[in-house]
Structure formats: structure tokens, C-alpha cells
Design a protein around this ligand. Structure first.
Ligand code: SAM
Ligand code: SF4
Length: 339
């Protein structure tokens, strides 16, 4: 049975955070010090994650799973979880193009460990990968992530390509006055290395509360900067995917922008989220959560869990209110929710 929210959108995509921990401290996400981690005992086990994912896939015909965090690759034995999720099957009577097959399985990572594990992740059944890279200048990369891992991330991108991920996507959050001078250089990196760069508008989910509207570089600004050097042609509407996409007129690849702030795509949103401590959320910006972990650990039946998920989805709002006086920042930040 499909899961339809009060605004008529069908849920198809579950984002699963596997940890709130991270080996980076990106300025737009975490503070330099003082992040308080969740207690280990509060984090869902692989079996618990698999159970919630199975219910979503088998009962609600969710056909897309994305693992995130924190940094998902710092969770020990991640390929074991991928292996379990790759064994799930979307029911053959689902209206999904994945009916009868495994759900689409993707990972968002900072890329720092991929040089060691890209092939293993691929072998376990991971289909798609997004790697974050916000600067091509070694020192600026270090300032933005507070870690000296630039070469390792570049090596990680190469390793992901060598392992057969195609296309590899590279996420770049653009912040005015920080890395907006690198928009064209990042686009060039994508063209030269055959990766799809996806620029992300800076969102008010940073732990340090430094987000300001004027630090957001808009989709229009990003696209104009690139098109001034490399003419672009917009591709067909994105459907439920968050990125608007363009192709280069000279045929050298594609580029995307995720305009969460200036052109929210809430009207087409098909996503729900499971935090690493087992809280079910219907939006990155939701201010309420539904405690699946309590059910998982109290002997609840699959029916109890489907009821909770249905109830949660019944509260999904039409869209976030960034920029409006009514906007309330969620209590948890990006790395705690799972970006
Ligand atoms: N650690 C992994 C990574 O960095 O790719 C996965 C988790 S991270 C929270 C997921 C994505 O959210 C990354 O592409 C990151 O750049 C992005 N992100 C983090 N904080 C953000 C913010 N305040 N605004 C926009 N994007 C943000
Ligand atoms: Fe870690 Fe990703 Fe947040 Fe950077 S954006 S601090 S890599 S969770």
C-alpha cells in the first residue's frame, strides 16, 4: 500500500542516518568542538534499521534508500548494512520502476575513506554515491572542513569511479564570501573529471547558528556564473528529485543545483527520514519526530510500526518556511538529523 501524505504526495524515498558522528567539522554543519554525540546504546542496530527499511519497502513500496549521517562511513561494518538493504525487494505489484527489484541504494559521504572502501561498498550492492567537495583549494578545503583531507577526498572520487559508480556526483555547498569564487572552477572540475557537480544552497541547519540569508548564493546566481563561461541548457523538470539540472551545450556533461532556500521543491517532496537514534521525521526542517526506536525495542509488531509511520506521514507539512517570520529552526542540526 502506498504512503500518501495529506498534500497528495506519495512517499518513495527513505533517508537513513547511520550515525551522528563525523571525522570532519564543516563550518556550515558542525562546531569546531563541543558536539555532543548520541549515546551508543541509542543508535539503531543494523537489524533495527533493516526492519524499518523492510517495512517501508515491502509495505509502503518505498523504492529508494539513501544512507547518510554524520559521516556514514565512520560507522563500523557499513557494507554489512548495505548488503542487508540490497537484499530487500520492492513488491512486484508496486507501481515503481523498481517493482520486483531491490530498491535504489545510495550513499552521501565526505569521501575521506573511499580510497579504502569504495570497491567493498560497491560489491555489497551500493548503486549510487554522492561525495561532498566544497573547494578545490587545499587550504580553503581545510578551513571549511577543519580537516586536512583534501587529497584523500580527491583520491576517494577517483576510487569511486574506478569501483564503477557512474555517474559519481559531487555535492558543493556554496556560502557567500567563502567559496562563491569557486563556482566556475568546481563546474570545470565536473567537466574534466566526468562527475556531476551539484551545487547546494546553504541552509539554516548549521550547529553554530551562523546562517544568514545573505550568505545564501542563489540558484540563479550559480547558474548565471557557470553559463557565462560554459553555456547551459536546462533539462526537463526534476520530478521528486531535489536538483534542477542543466547540460553543457558543448556536450561535456551535466550540472545540478539544489535550490532549497530560493526555490523550495517541497511541492514534489517524496522523502521521509530515519535518524540514527531511530526517530522518524517527515522533513529536514520538521520540528517533531516519531519514536520508532521505542517500538522496535518494546516488542512492537510490524503493524504497530506501520501505524506509527502512517501517523507521522499524516503530519507532513506542505513545505518549510525558510525566510518567513514563521520559520522555526529545528532543534537538531544537519548532522544529527541526517542530511
Ligand atoms: N557527511 C556526509 C557528507 O558530508 O556528504 C553526509 C552527511 S552531510 C550532513 C549531507 C550533505 O549535507 C552534504 O552534502 C553537506 O555538504 C550538506 N550540508 C551540511 N550542512 C549543510 C547546510 N547547512 N546547508 C546545506 N547543505 C548542508
Ligand atoms: Fe561531517 Fe558531512 Fe557535516 Fe561535513 S557536512 S561535518 S562531513 S556530516
Amino acid at each position: 500500500m502506498e504512503l500518501v501524505d495529506p498534500h497528495g504526495r506519495t512517499v518513495r524515498d527513505l533517508r537513513i542516518s547511520v550515525t551522528d558522528r563525523c571525522n570532519f567539522r564543516c563550518t556550515y554543519c558542525m562546531p569546531e568542538e563541543g558536539m555532543v554525540w548520541l549515546e551508543k546504546s541509542h543508535i539503531l542496530t543494523f537489524e533495527e534499521i533493516e526492519r524499518v527499511a523492510r517495512i517501508c519497502v515491502e509495505h509502503f513500496h518505498v523504492d529508494s534508500l539513501r544512507l547518510t549521517g554524520g559521516e556514514p562511513t565512520v560507522r563500523a561494518h557499513l557494507p554489512v548494512l548495505i548488503d542487508k538493504l540490497a537484499a530487500l525487494r520492492v513488491p512486484s505489484d508496486a507501481t515503481s520502476p523498481r517493482a520486483g527489484k531491490a530498491p535504489d541504494l545510495a550513499l552521501t559521504t565526505n569521501g575521506s575513506t573511499l580510497r579504502n572502501n569504495a570497491a567493498e561498498l560497491r560489491g555489497a550492492g551500493l548503486e549510487r554515491i554522492n561525495i561532498s567537495l566544497d573547494s578545490l583549494q587545499r587550504e580553503k578545503f581545510e578551513r571549511m572542513t577543519r580537516r586536512d583531507e583534501f587529497e584523500n577526498v580527491l583520491e576517494g572520487i577517483r576510487a569511486a569511479q574506478a569501483a564503477g559508480f557512474d555517474p559519481v556526483k559531487v555535492n558543493a555547498v556554496i556560502e557567500r564570501g567563502v567559496n562563491d569564487d569557486e563556482i566556475v572552477a568546481l563546474a570545470e572540475f565536473g567537466r574534466e573529471h566526468a562527475v556531476e557537480v551539484r551545487f547546494i544552497e546553504f541552509m539554516p541547519l548549521d550547529a553554530s547558528d551562523e546562517w544568514e540569508r545573505n550568505k545564501v548564493v542563489s540558484q540563479d546566481e550559480i547558474v548565471s556564473a557557470i553559463a557565462a563561461v560554459y553555456p547551459l541548457r536546462q533539462l526537463a523538470a526534476r520530478g521528486a528529485a531535489p536538483a534542477d539540472r542543466w547540460e553543457y551545450e558543448d556536450g561535456r556533461g551535466t550540472v545540478g543545483v539544489i535550490p532549497s532556500v530560493t526555490k523550495p521543491f517541497c511541492g514534489d517532496c517524496d522523502r521521509v527520514r530515519l535518524t540514527s537514534d531511530g526517530q522518524f521525521r517527515t522533513c529536514l526542517f520538521a520540528t517533531n519526530e516519531f519514536d520508532v526506536r521505542a517500538l522496535l525495542r518494546n516488542g512492537a509488531s510490524d503493524d504497530d510500526i506501520t501505524d506509527l509511520i502512517r501517523r507521522a506521514v499524516g503530519t507532513k507539512w506542505a513545505g518549510h518556511q525558510i525566510g518567513h517570520v514563521t520559520f522555526v529552526k529545528p532543534r537538531r542540526t544537519m548532522s544529527q538529523i541526517g542530511g
